[in-house]
Each structure stands twice: as structure tokens, then as C-alpha cells.
Ligand binder design. Structure first.
Ligand code: ADP
Ligand code: MG
Length: 270
């Protein structure tokens, strides 16, 4: 299958004047349609730097980045912004919803920027809210919604352009265990039923075990890249959390209910 993303020997150096920080030291991988990937690593390992490059928010210092076959390094700022709006959707740890706008208006925003007319914008935004189970809440303000619901609005907003790739940086970082698993269930459903390609950044192995593939970043390099033999189904995790008695020995804690991913060498992309 043709890769959506090709990253070859990507380096990123932050030059702050006095010191140079080599945040990425030659990173390579491909992403094909239908993947659900976790980029894992401890704080400072380079995850956000990699995510910013994948999201065309920043450029590599060296190396090749192709998105949908286009060499991102050769694009102007304007072309980069256009590519980002057309091909990518973003979800953030802090939801990043506009407080004074309703759920529907928040989801409409990317279409407004793209210049789409009101009627079509409303229709598309409402459809995405329904997709994430929030159809009846479209008139609510963010502060009238729970954290999990706000993150669903953010997911609907990220999907409103029908992006080829959904990028999420620590999307469950502000949520409790149960709500985190509900959001993972949402991602799994989008990936399974709609074939949505998803990349999430996380430092939690429990979260990563719900994805299909893990790319572990350590000190600016890829330490591991493997497929999950046993992708954990978020519906099973939810059932375990709702029925802690069935796992009496683990006190209902998420991190004890989930098997750890089994490492498997990542076959070179076909
Ligand atoms: P992570 O997201 O895994 O915590 P980051 O990608 O944010 O890691 O950071 C990787 C390294 O790059 C760290 O050493 C960090 O201090 C450094 N870094 C990140 N952003 C900048 C920046 N804008 N200027 C200078 N150094 C940075
Ligand atoms: Mg980070």
C-alpha cells in the first residue's frame, strides 16, 4: 500500500543561540492508510518534536518528510498551511476549544477558515458531532460539557475536514482512567469502522496497548517499532473498569487490567 507518510532520516536541531539541542537524531518510518499508531517515550525524548513535524507545524532541520507523496520540505509556508488544513486533523491534551462558542461552532471553525458556506458547514459539523455521539449536545458551551465530551467535540472538529491522518498529542492526558478508555474506544471505532488513520502520542504503555503499532522514541531516536500482537479492545478495558470484582486482585486499576504489548520486530514496509 502507498504510504501516507514517509519519514527518512529526519533530524531536528533547536538552536537557542547558546546551546543546540538535537531533539531528533535521524528518524525513519512509513505510515500506511488504516494504521493506528502510538508514538511512545518518556518526557524529553522528542515525541512532540516529531508530532510537530508530522503535523507540518515545524520543519525538519534535515531529512525527508513526504505527506501524501508531497515533499513537505519543498513547500512554501502558504502551501504548508493548505496541506495541513486539507490532510490533517489535530487533537490536543487540553482540548483547545473556544470557550465562547458552542460545540457546533467549534466543530465548524476549520470549515469557516476553508471558506465553506454556512449551511454546508453546519450540516457537516453536526454530522461529525453525531459520529462521536454528541448530536444532542451541539448547542452546549464547552463549560457545560464533561472533559470526555469536550475531547469528543475536539475529535469531531479534527475530523470535520475528512483528514487523511488524525494526530493526537497526549489526547487522554487530562482525563481520568475511565474517560481515557472511552476516548480510546472512540479512536478504535473510527479506525476499525471508517479506516481512519490515527497517530497518538503517549507516555503510558496502557494507552499504547490499545493501538496496533508502537513507535518508541528514546533520546531522539527510534528505540523500537513493533506491531501489537494483542491490541487491547477498549470495550474490554471499559467492562473491566466497570466491573472491578471480576479482577479482584487489581483493585480495578487500569494499568493492572491490561496485558503489556508483545514486542515484535517491525517488518520493513512493503
Ligand atoms: P517530549 O514531547 O517527548 O517530551 P520534546 O519533543 O518536547 O519531547 O523535546 C525533545 C527535546 O528538545 C528536549 O530536550 C527539549 O528540551 C528540547 N526542545 C523542545 N522544544 C524546544 C524548543 N522550542 N527550543 C529548544 N529546545 C527544545
Ligand atoms: Mg511532549
Amino acid at each position: 500500500m502507498t504510504a501516507i507518510i514517509q519519514i527518512q532520516n529526519v533530524r531536528k536541531v533547536y538552536d537557542t543561540g547558546e546551546v543546540k539541542v538535537e531533539a531528533l537524531k535521524g528518524v525513519s518510518f512509513d505510515i500506511v492508510p488504516g494504521e493506528f499508531i502510538a508514538i511512545m517515550g518518556t518526557s524529553g525524548s522528542g515525541k512532540s518534536t516529531l508530532m510537530n513535524i508530522l503535523g507540518c507545524l515545524d520543519r525538519p532541520t534535515a531529512g525527508l518528510y513526504r505527506l501524501g507523496g508531497q515533499d513537505v520540505g519543498k513547500l512554501s509556508r502558504y502551501q504548508l498551511a493548505k496541506l495541513r488544513n486539507e490532510k490533517l486533523g489535530f487533537v490536543f491534551q487540553g482540548f483547545n476549544l473556544l470557550k465562547r462558542y458552542t460545540a457546533l461552532e467549534n466543530v465548524e471553525l476549520p470549515l469557516l477558515y476553508a471558506g465553506m458556506g454556512t449551511t454546508e458547514r453546519r450540516r457537516k459539523a453536526q454530522a461529525k458531532l453525531e459520529l462521536v455521539g454528541l448530536g444532542p449536545r451541539s448547542g452546549h458551551m464547552p463549560n457545560q460539557l464533561s472533559g470526555g465530551q469536550q475531547q469528543r467535540v475536539a475529535i469531531a472538529r479534527a475530523l470535520v475536514n475528512d483528514p487523511q491522518l488524525l494526530l493526537a498529542d497526549e489526547p487522554t492526558g487530562n482525563l481520568d482512567s475511565k474517560t481515557s478508555v472511552e476516548i480510546l474506544a472512540e479512536f478504535q471505532r473510527l479506525n476499525r469502522d471508517l479506516g481512519q488513520t490515527i497517530v497518538i502520542v503517549t507516555h503510558e504503555p496502557d494507552i499504547a496497548s490499545h493501538t496496533k503499532r508502537c513507535i518508541v522514541v528514546r533520546d531522539g531516536q527510534i528505540a523500537e517499532d513493533y506491531y501489537n500482537d494483542h491490541q487491547v479492545d477498549a470495550r474490554d478495558s471499559l467492562a473491566a473498569l466497570n466491573n472491578p470484582d471480576s479482577h479482584a486482585s487489581n483493585n480495578g486499576k487500569l494499568h493492572n487490567t491490561l496485558p503489556l504489548p508483545t514486542a515484535q520486530p517491525h517488518a520493513a514496509s512493503a
